[in-house]
Structure formats: structure tokens, C-alpha cells
Design a protein around this ligand. Sequence first.
Ligand SMILES: CC(C)(COP(=O)(O)OP(=O)(O)OC[C@H]1O[C@@H](n2cnc3c(N)ncnc32)[C@H](O)[C@@H]1OP(=O)(O)O)[C@@H](O)C(=O)NCCC(=O)NCCS
Length: 177
Amino acid sequence: MPHIRLARGIDHNDIRDIYLRAFPEGECKLIARLALSLLSEESNPETIGLVAEADGRVVGHVAFSPVTTDGPSHWLGYILAPLAVKPEYQKGGIGSALIRSGIEQLSIRGVDAFFVYGDPEYYGRFGFTAEAAGRFLPPYELQYPFGWQAMVMHETVSNGQTVKLSCVASLREPALW
Ligand SMILES: CC(C)(COP(=O)(O)OP(=O)(O)OC[C@H]1O[C@@H](n2cnc3c(N)ncnc32)[C@H](O)[C@@H]1OP(=O)(O)O)[C@@H](O)C(=O)NCCC(=O)NCCS
């Protein structure tokens, strides 16, 4: 199994390399820039990055950043973005280990809901559903609305009302959505 640890500043080049290689040409630079920006994102509560090490190298990365609502101030949500594993290390459980580790660590802190914008076929296996995301409006209009998913841990946003989410500065880029 890969070794999962918190990402640090010294992982900068490895993280950039993962995204440049894992994502297609047209979007890899945008996503690499997002990953690096989140590495130094100063949010409260904190943005966390995790890296996976295998064969003594950093081969996978994920970031989780907080999202807020204009509803109850004690509500705590996090969005998983971005995620990538070096091509030659894919399909070995590293992506799953990164996701599960992040969710486990953040759940201990009382996170009420996790969000992700990605392929439902992949994220569905971790418990994310489009249905759970239904009453949370993403910060920007989505290019692929079917990719908007959530996993609600605690039902705390009141009365089933629709709430609009705000995200950290690194994610405030319409092209990412
Ligand atoms: C998505 C990604 C992070 C998964 O990492 P990984 O280490 O290969 O994941 P795991 O080994 O835990 O899981 C692999 C499984 O997910 C499946 N999978 C990977 N990407 C998928 C996708 N987009 N849709 C559906 N299934 C997918 C694989 O086919 C494999 O299935 P299997 O277990 O039945 O063989 C990796 O494929 C990657 O970096 N892809 C390019 C970047 C990307 O798409 N990131 C996610 C953006 S939302």
C-alpha cells in the first residue's frame, strides 16, 4: 500500500509533474496551477493536501479545501479537488487511498459534507452521489452538471433549503467548473 502523508512545500515540483502527466494536454496546466495554489492556500479552516509515496517517490496527490454557506456558521463542508495519480501508478488503489485518507482525517474534525466535481462512475464508489449534492449550489455554473456530487455526513443545513456554496480563492476560477 502507498504511504500517505501531508503535502508540503518541498513537494511542489513532484505535484506539478503528477498533474502535467495525468491530465490531458488541454487542461493539465490549469489543474497543475490549481494544485500548487492550494498548496499555499491560507484558509480557515485549513486546506489540506495529501501525497502518496510509492517506491520512495511522490506519485499521487489530492487536496481538500473548505466550502462555506451563508447559512449556519457552524456548518463545515470540504471539496475534494484536484486528484491525480501518475499514469504508471494508476489502478493500484492509490487514488482510493488518498480519497479515503482525506475523508477519514477530515471526518474526525466534524465535517458535515464533502463535495466533488468529477466522474460519478469513479466517485460513486466512495459514497458520493448527485442526489446528495442536489440542494447545494456550486460556486460557479458547471460545464458538466452531472459531475456535481456530495456525501453528507451530518444533516445540519436546515429545512432542506437550497444553499449556495463559496470556495477558497484558488478555486475562484470559472474555467475550473
Ligand atoms: C482518477 C485517478 C486519480 C484514479 O487513481 P487510481 O490510483 O488509478 O485509482 P484506484 O486505483 O484507486 O482506482 C482505479 C479504478 O478506478 C477506475 N477509474 C479511474 N478513473 C476513472 C474514471 N474517470 N471513471 C470511472 N472509473 C475510473 C479504474 O478503471 C479502476 O477501476 P477498477 O478498480 O475496477 O480496476 C487516476 O486515474 C488519474 O489520475 N486520472 C487522471 C486525472 C483525473 O482524471 N483525476 C480525477 C479528476 S476528477
